[in-house]
Design a protein around this ligand. Structure first.
Ligand code: NAD
Length: 394
């Protein structure tokens, strides 16, 4: 009998699950329904470029209909309202309910606000193409306003959080916004581009010499760093820091961290701090007919005491590919494969022409153009992969 696989979310994990499952399961073996709230697969790792105005929406939001043409995957553009892993029901906004033989959850993560008063209401975030567009438009509007208002807050752009998201975003902003300022008759020197980080350093995942390099490169172009200073309160355009100082910024983008998607925690599945716990096959520990991929899962390497895999694009992509195979194995009684991802390292872009990277198992450091090219190459590699130019092979 034909089985039904339902995949929630067409991010890196969900899309790759769908594409790879079709390498093993024919349409008479299983129907595959992929549910996503937008009609596009979004290249989240490139959103900072859209927010900074250095790439186009077409480059970061790819039509799912085109990507899935002829692949035998039913696409449903709809928002998942909730799902219940005990009754095996998925409720979509609009009233439709789906049932499944196997479920794959790839609903990503949400921005974490850590209970900081006023933060959620008074900040912008960078989690989707529409939010990236909104950030770009907002900054340009503020620069235009500054041309007549001369209000310093209009020319102040503050990024909250110095992880990879915040640093990559500030790199694009500092590269492009001076040009936009000039176009609107504003002296680029009037722009105040700042990044505030609670911890003792930005980019803590990288070695110190690369952090220094990144800081120098961005500071030289005009980024002001406020390190070791948590944001404690936000009221309108006033952002308070732990030392009592208040920054008035009409652009405030919060990149302070991510947390599990609440739909996962509410579904009845076993979770650890909002992310579903999975075994080595990426199967839910509480519900074996449910696989979880990407930021929705908390997966651990086999070694005793190891930290969980980071919620990164490269891990989500590899999880999706594996689950594409494992869902086939589960439905056909074959043995499943263990998640054992290749770690290609960490690449942080610092604007159009600079980047730092720590690559591969032996943590080789790269900086400048070689690192920028590597970042570009990893994006192209992913795009060619999902567009099927090389085909998928497991
Ligand atoms: P993150 O959690 O990695 O970084 C958030 C930063 O915000 C931290 O440095 C934290 O100290 C800081 N912060 C938290 N509270 C604060 C406060 N009150 N005031 C000031 N600063 C505060 O989040 P992210 O950068 O969005 O990254 C999320 C995940 O995505 C990570 O696993 C990251 O590796 C991955 N990612 C990877 C890339 C890449 O590979 N190039 C790019 C973006 C994100």
């Amino acid at each position: 009998m034909t089985k039904h696989i339902v995949i929630l979310g067409a991010g890196y994990g969900g899309l790759l699950t769908a594409l790879n499952a079709r390498n093993f399961l024919s349409e008479s073996d299983a129907t595959i329904t992929l549910v996503n709230q937008t009609p596009t697969h979004q290249i989240i790792t490139e959103l900072h470029r859209l927010a900074g105005g250095t790439t186009s929406e077409g480059a970061v939001a790819l039509s799912l209909e085109k990507l899935l043409a002829g692949k035998g995957v039913d696409l449903k553009v709809a928002t998942v309202e909730n799902f219940d892993v005990n009754t095996k029901k998925v409720n979509l906004a609009g009233g439709e309910t789906l049932t499944y033989d196997a479920l794959v959850v790839g609903l990503g993560s949400k921005t974490a606000y850590f209970g900081i008063p006023g933060l959620e209401e008074n900040s912008m975030v960078l989690k989707s193409a529409s939010e990236a567009n909104a950030i770009y438009k907002h900054i340009v509007d503020r620069i235009k306003a500054y041309a007549t208002s001369h209000d310093e807050a209009d020319a102040t752009i503050l990024i909250g959080g110095g992880g990879l998201t915040g640093v990559e975003l500030v790199g694009e902003i500092v590269d492009n916004m001076p040009k936009i300022a000039r176009e609107h008759g504003v002296n680029p020197a009037d722009l105040k581009i700042m990044l505030v980080e609670a911890g003792p350093k930005i980019l803590p995942v990288l070695p110190d010499h690369l952090i220094e390099r990144a800081t120098e490169s961005l500071a030289k172009r005009g980024v002001e760093f406020l390190i070791g200073l948590p944001v404690t309160n936000v009221e309108g355009n006033e952002i308070s820091l732990k030392d009592g100082r208040v920054i008035k910024a009409n652009t405030f983008v919060w990149t302070g961290g991510v947390t599990g998607n609440p739909l996962v925690g509410e579904s009845g599945i076993e979770v650890d701090r909002g992310r579903a716990t999975v075994n080595e096959f990426l199967q839910s520990k509480s519900h074996p007919d449910v696989f979880v991929v990407g930021d929705s899962a908390v997966a651990f390497p086999a070694e005793e005491g190891a930290r969980p895999y980071a919620p990164t694009a490269q891990n989500a992509w590899q999880m999706g590919e594996l689950v594409g195979y494992n869902v086939y194995a589960l439905l056909t009684g074959k043995s499943m494969e263990v998640f054992n991802p290749v770690n290609s390292g960490t690449l942080a872009s610092l604007g159009r022409k600079d980047a730092v990277a720590s690559i591969g198992g032996n943590n080789t450091s790269l900086k400048g153009m070689p690192a920028s090219l590597m970042k570009e190459a990893s994006n192209i590699r992913y795009l060619t992969h999902i567009k099927g130019l090389f085909g998928l092979a497991y």
